[in-house]
Design a binder for this molecule. Structure first.
Ligand code: ADP
Ligand code: MG
Length: 728
């Protein structure tokens, strides 16, 4: 008997919803465990408060004396909330979050102790950096890494620990995390967008990027999940025949959320409220046991922090509810995978969403300026966007049937397409009074303030304009949003800098009026970025052909997608925008390749192990039962036995064939792994894993899944798709 599987099933049958107490209104809970403005006012000196606010708003430095005051306030607040430890919380390049807890408690001699936490502990720490990936940076420079307090992101208490958001950098100043480059990219887009926004409103002094992510995930029962070594070690089912029923009836999407899940969600939302994560919507997704959660959008760096924190909170909350949450982009082949839509826009300090059409022609020209510049930026750097969402796990989703393809394109909807078509016909140079009036009244003036209903129709586009924001839909569910947000904000910053140069040149050299110059530059941008716009079915084979004709990239695997990260064009972009140095870019590239290799390597090992140690022995056991049965029939029926044993004889043979295939393929895969392992170049190694090792996975899986269909269900050791997806 397959004990672990059946014990897990039995455990799942006995589950009841874990009760959740909700006594306080959510609006009251919101931010309870965050060292936010009101907590700062209460626990900090006036001097310290002003200093922190200036650091947040204007990037001003905080001196040592003030840091001590801030630390004291933070400590008192944290202790008043029952915290006993503190940690520098950061987002290393492994994709997860990292923390090392230290107690406030310190002995002070004579058998006495006190709670201590001062400015130096707040400002800088040295985690054991050698255990985080650094892409050779530290080896080259023999420098250590340290975490540095990021005052723009508020401290919070989580699990009895005061968490201080930090950036993680090497002693020579290179970023070793996802946060530092993001902050630099946000600075770049602030500078560039503010300059352009001033064309329209002199009062604009700051532009912030906004991000609203939508997080998809699967929930499976904890006992069932832990019975599958592949789910635990690789995050996805490396084998397993699909269930007879999948998502074809759409009954999950439209169904009500099961009670056990609702309680998990409520518990999670309460946690999020306390941590100041403004979660708002929850619903079922397309696949069975798949769900989505989305917050109200926030300033981008805050939103990135919150998404990273959320994934951690989800893990822990799920555990309390006897679930395992799966963030993998494709845990179950044959049904939908999970993504993380990144809704992105730009907002001014005067409260204007720069990607929202307005009520006057001038506001609409501002909208068109940012809208068209974004399209142009994506056109110029589509490969970098693709690289920013590349990972071994997301490869299973990009290009698969339900997901955005590996081709980046922009969808804007019929109405805006018409507007851009008309703008293409604007005259070169000065505009006649007649043309100006016509543009104001009939083109720019006709953009309705509310586009929302008209723009969200195409769900197959990886980068869609949805009324007042762009939505990057190709981000992986497991990914740190920091990566794509760094790229998007950097390329838009660069584009806006170019735009301003061109407009200013037309004004000073050609003596055009500002709006004439803007129309002239936008006209050229529309023409030169036409290839990136695609309104049709992004999942169709015809689009792949068309995209190739247009010269758009279609990098289907991570090793090929990552190449563009280190192109001359990319490096000069990052350097010019002061987002990353060449060393940092190269280090990141290497880290990503190494991560890819390791992920595929782990999958290969786990698959080989399961195939040899679970599938083959189980198949042989069943085959032996069949052989005994045939022998018995021979005893009973004598020479005539073949007639009554024909099914068994066929099965015995078929099982042997599959076993032989699995054996030879696992051996061949292991050989390829060995060859790949001795390659020293990170790039060639990743390619070897991608092209030589990975192709065996499907082959091996095919034969294992055939055996799953043949072997007696009672003997099968591995928990099946139908159990993981339909037991609630
Ligand atoms: P859906 O895509 O599910 O139809 P919405 O379009 O209403 O839902 O919003 C999706 C996400 O977009 C939400 O997380 C929301 O917070 C976010 N969002 C809305 N406006 C903006 C904005 N200006 N900037 C960034 N994100 C935004
Ligand atoms: Mg959406």
């Amino acid at each position: 008997m397959a004990t672990i599987r059946f014990r897990a099933i039995q455990e799942t049958f006995g589950r009841t919803p874990v009760p959740v107490q909700e006594t306080v209104r959510r609006s009251e809970l919101f931010g309870e465990n965050v060292f936010n403005e009101s907590a700062m006012r209460q626990f900090m000196t006036k001097e310290a408060f002003v200093s922190v606010m200036n650091a947040i708003e204007f990037g001003e430095k905080i001196n040592r004396k003030i840091a001590n005051q801030v630390a004291a306030g933070m400590r008192d607040w944290a202790i008043s909330k029952g915290a006993s430890h503190y940690t520098h919380w950061f987002q290393p390049l492994t994709g997860a979050t990292a923390e090392k807890h230290d107690a406030f408690f310190e002995t002070i001699g004579n058998g006495m102790a006190m709670e201590k936490f001062d400015g130096s502990q707040l400002v800088q720490q040295e985690p054991d950096a050698s255990s985080f990936p650094n892409g050779g940076i530290r080896n080259t420079f023999e420098a250590r890494g340290y975490t540095a307090w990021d005052p723009t992101s508020p401290a919070f208490i989580y699990g009895g620990t005061l968490c201080i958001p930090t950036v993680f950098v090497s002693y020579t100043g290179e970023a070793l995390d996802n946060k530092a480059p993001l902050l630099r990219a946000l600075q770049a887009v602030d500078n560039a967008a503010t300059d352009v926004a001033k064309y329209f409103d002199k009062n604009v002094t700051k532009v912030t990027a906004t991000l609203g992510w939508e997080q998809e995930y699967f929930l499976v029962d904890k006992a069932l999940a832990y019975s599958r070594p592949d789910l635990i070690l690789a995050g996805r089912m490396l084998l397993g025949h699909s269930a007879a029923k999948g998502q074809q009836l759409d009954d999950h999407y439209f169904g009500s959320i099961p009670d056990r899940v609702v309680n998990f969600m409520r518990d999670l939302e309460i946690e999020c409220m306390k941590l100041g994560i403004p979660v708002k919507t929850r619903h079922n997704e397309v696949a069975p046991n798949q769900f989505e959660l989305a917050p109200i959008f926030e300033e981008a760096s805050m939103a990135v922090d919150h998404n990273s924190l959320l994934m951690d909170v989800m893990d822990k909350t799920a555990d309390r509810h006897n679930y395992k949450v799966l963030f993998h982009e494709k845990p179950f082949s044959g049904i939908n995978g999970s993504g993380k839509h990144n809704n992105w826009s730009l907002a001014t300090n005067t409260g204007v969403n720069l990607l929202s059409p307005g009520s006057t022609p001038m506001k609409n020209l501002q909208f068109l300026t940012f809208f068209i510049n974004t399209i142009k930026a994506v056109n110029e750097y589509e490969e970098l966007i693709r690289a920013s969402i590349a990972s071994a796990t997301n490869d299973h989703r990009l290009g698969a049937n339900e997901a955005p393809p590996a081709i980046i394109s922009v969808f804007i909807g019929e109405q805006l397409t018409r507007v851009l078509d008309e703008l293409e016909d604007v005259s070169t140079g000065k505009l006649s009074p007649q043309e100006k009036t016509d543009l104001k009244l009939n083109v720019v003036g006709k953009i309705p303030e509310i586009l929302l209903d008209n723009t969200d129709r195409n769900r197959t586009s990886p980068f869609a304009f949805t009324g007042n924001k762009f939505e990057l839909r190709a981000v992986g569910s497991k990914a740190n949003c920091g990566k794509p947000m760094t790229v998007l904000n950097t390329i838009v910053a660069k584009q806006l800098v170019e735009f301003k140069k061109e407009v200013d040149a037309l004004v000073s050299k050609k003596k055009l009026k500002k709006d004439e110059a803007i129309f002239n530059v936008l006209r050229e941008y529309i023409k030169s970025s036409r290839r990136i716009r695609f309104e049709g079915d992004g999942y169709s084979a015809a689009w792949e052909k068309e995209a190739a004709r247009r010269g758009l990239s279609n990098n289907k695997t991570t090793p090929s997608a990552l190449k563009s990260m280190v192109s001359k064009k990319a490096i000069s972009l990052y350097e010019e925008m002061k987002v990353m140095s060449k060393i940092e870019v190269k280090a990141r590239h290497e880290i990503e390749l190494e991560e890819y290799t390791m992920k595929v390597q782990i999958e290969g090992r786990v698959l080989g192990d399961i195939a040899r140690n679970h599938v083959i022995p189980t198949a042989i056991r069943y085959q032996n039962i069949l052989i005994d049965n045939v022998k018995g029939l021979k005893d009973v029926f004598g020479t005539d036995f073949k007639k009554v044993a024909s099914e068994q004889l066929d099965l015995i043979e078929e099982i042997s064939e599959h076993i032989a295939e699995i054996n030879s393929k696992v051996t061949a895969m292991t050989e390829e792994r060995k060859k790949a392992n001795v390659i020293t170049s990170a790039e060639l190694k990743a390619e070897a894993y991608c092209e030589k090792v990975k192709p065996y996975f499907d082959d091996i899986r095919y034969h294992c899944d055939k055996l799953e269909l043949l072997v007696d269900d009672e003997l099968w050791t591995l928990t099946k798709y139908r159990e993981l997806l339909f037991l609630k």
